[in-house]
Design a protein. Structure first.
Length: 235
């Protein structure tokens, strides 16, 4: 990663060149949504139970749907052989603002609905999400990378966002630490939903003479989003 002279902020394992901020808030899905929670969700292992070793048998992660301007055809998912994580590779995920951009280019999003095939007797949680990409922001411009996580049919959700400010021209990396906050139910198949978005705001940058963009796709380098899994045996 190249050295950038302004405003380097280090947060745990996270390094952002430029200004950085993170917010974390929970909210339920909209009333009447097909993902609205049931009255009595199935039992899940308590959040404070220590993690167990991953199951020995292979697991599978399938993209049921991939909707949004940030994940056209070509978005793929792959499971690590040790069942500790899966990776998602986006083929064309770039938000732009300023010269040469269309009015709708400032925001790109991707709504992934994933089916994780869990072996009998196990429950899993999403423990970390690692996102990487490249950003080119003019002085006065800013960008945001946001993610929304929830299991289908459960009321608990998690929203996290990371902010970047220009001038910036460098690789970026963000990490969402979600351990213990979202746990799949035992004995019931509930799809995992990961909704992400990239937003660019021109701010005080001249839209006629400057262009700003943020990317999270393989077209701008060898970029994969990594989602780590924690495993517990069901009671």
């Amino acid at each position: 990663m190249r050295t950038f002279p302004r405003g380097v902020v280090v947060l745990s394992m996270l390094v952002i060149h430029g200004s950085y901020a993170c917010t974390d808030e929970s909210s339920g899905p909209p009333p009447g949504s097909p993902d609205s929670p049931p009255d009595s969700p199935p039992d899940s292992p308590p959040d404070n139970v220590p993690l167990d070793a991953p199951p020995d048998e292979p697991i599978a992660v399938e993209i049921v749907t991939a909707n949004g301007s940030g994940c056209p055809a070509g978005t793929t998912v792959e499971v690590k052989p040790d069942n500790t994580a899966f990776t998602v590779t986006f083929s064309d995920y770039v938000a732009r603002a300023g010269a040469g951009s269309a009015p709708t280019d400032f925001r790109k999003n991707c709504q992934l609905n994933l089916r994780v095939q869990v072996p009998d007797g196990f429950s899993y949680s999403l423990t970390e999400a690692d996102y990487r990409g490249f950003a080119s922001l003019a002085d006065g411009a800013s960008a945001a990378q946001r993610a929304h996580y929830f299991f289908q049919g459960q009321s608990q959700t998690l929203d996290l966002s990371h902010m970047f400010t220009g001038p910036l021209a460098d690789d970026w990396q963000t990490m969402d630490r979600t351990a213990g906050q979202l746990v799949s139910p035992c004995g019931v198949q509930r799809n995992l939903n990961i909704d992400t978005e990239l937003i660019v705001t021109g701010g005080s940058a001249d839209p006629a003479t400057t262009s700003s963009w943020i990317a999270m796709d393989a077209a701008h380098g060898s970029v994969q989003s990594v989602f780590s899994l924690g495993w517990r045996r069901c009671p």
